[in-house]
Ligand binder design. Structure first.
Ligand code: PBG
Length: 324
């Protein structure tokens, strides 16, 4: 008893019917806008591989954040480009480092905007890796102390949430312990739990000048071929105290998002990363795809797969589109 009794097209006939039965909804409330802070003042420098995205000095960043908040976007994710880099990435945990200064300024200018700080060393190390180097390898355990310090200085500066993206083992537990020891028991951790060694981070590495100077990130970030391993990584992070988890990148990893949603009850974010942004942007600029429709389709797909929160460089556009 299929056709002609059943006609799925009946419910697609009008816009009102389609909208009534829509299963997935996009809301500005689930968006996070990533931003790059750089030294100086009055600086707004476009990132070549990410048109429409800028390196902002802290003064202009605060202005930008006001606009972001006025668009209804509840949160920003801050990255920093330091004055100088060194072996140990000391700019990451300098109480007066670039992200700490940015967080302080933004919280003062727009107190209600949630400030999430990325916890990682790669933007701050001269070698571009996310951990300390020992005997030519990225050393896990000695890096943990620095990540803990990074998170503590960020929260002292006003960060509402910290988001470790380094993929060292045990970092969520260490950050939780260090935050608690300083009395920051109420500050949530958003863990980049399933973070893949992806080519889609290319434009970000230009933005932050953070490409590794030797080797690659495959000894700490995950192999794109692995699915079950993501569940193990997520389980470990939750055990160590992650309040929210993240899958990154987003669109090429919808299966991971869907599996994680089925398996775990914690809120989950997905990061539509720089390469996902630039790919759409480039094709749209060439006139090959419709920018708005493509962006909205990717985001609704990421939500449909199971993500609660989406980090995206399109957040401001999407906020405007949703409002009109
Ligand atoms: C590491 C970090 C990276 C991104 C977010 N946090 C770069 C990397 O792992 O190489 C990439 C984000 C993007 O591509 O938009 N601090």
């Amino acid at each position: 008893m299929a056709f002609p009794t059943h006609r799925p097209r009946r419910l697609r006939r009008t816009a009102a019917l389609r909208s009534m039965i829509q299963e997935t909804h996009l809301s500005v409330r689930s968006l996070v806008y990533p931003l790059f802070a750089c030294p100086g003042s009055g600086v707004k420098q476009e990132i070549g591989s990410m048109p429409g995205n800028y390196r902002w000095s802290v003064d202009l960043l605060a202005e930008e954040c006001k606009q972001v908040f006025d668009l209804g976007i509840p949160a920003v994710l801050l990255f920093g480009i330091p004055e100088s880099k060194d072996e140990a990435g000391s700019g990451a945990y300098d109480p007066d480092g670039i992200v700490q200064r940015a967080a302080r300024k933004v919280k003062k200018a727009v107190p209600e905007l949630l400030v999430i700080c990325d916890v990682c060393l790669d933007e701050y190390t001269s070698h571009g890796h996310c951990g300390l180097i020992k005997n030519g390898e990225i050393d896990n355990d000695s890096t943990l102390e620095l990540l803990g310090k990074t998170a503590v200085t960020q929260v002292e500066a006003g960060a509402d949430v910290v988001a470790p993206s380094d993929m060292m083992d045990g970092r969520v537990g260490r950050i939780r312990e260090d935050l608690d020891a300083e009395g920051f028991t109420q500050t949530p951790i958003l863990a980049y739990s399933a973070k893949y060694a992806s080519a889609f981070y290319g434009p970000f590495r230009e933005a932050a000048d953070s490409a590794p100077k030797f080797g690659d990130r495959k000894s700490y970030q995950m192999d794109p071929a692995n699915q079950r391993e993501a569940l193990r990584e997520i389980a470990l992070d939750i055990e160590e105290g992650a309040d929210m988890i993240m899958v990154k990148p987003a669109l090429p990893y919808l299966d991971i998002i869907a599996m994680a949603r089925a398996e775990f009850d914690v809120p989950m974010a997905a990061y539509q990363v720089s390469g996902e942004f630039s790919m759409i942007e480039a094709a749209a600029r060439a006139g090959w795809i419709d920018r708005k429709r493509t962006v909205m389709e990717t985001l609704v797909s990421i939500r449909r797969a199971g993500a609660d929160v989406i980090l995206t460089y399109f957040a401001k556009d999407v906020a405007r589109w949703l409002a009109s």
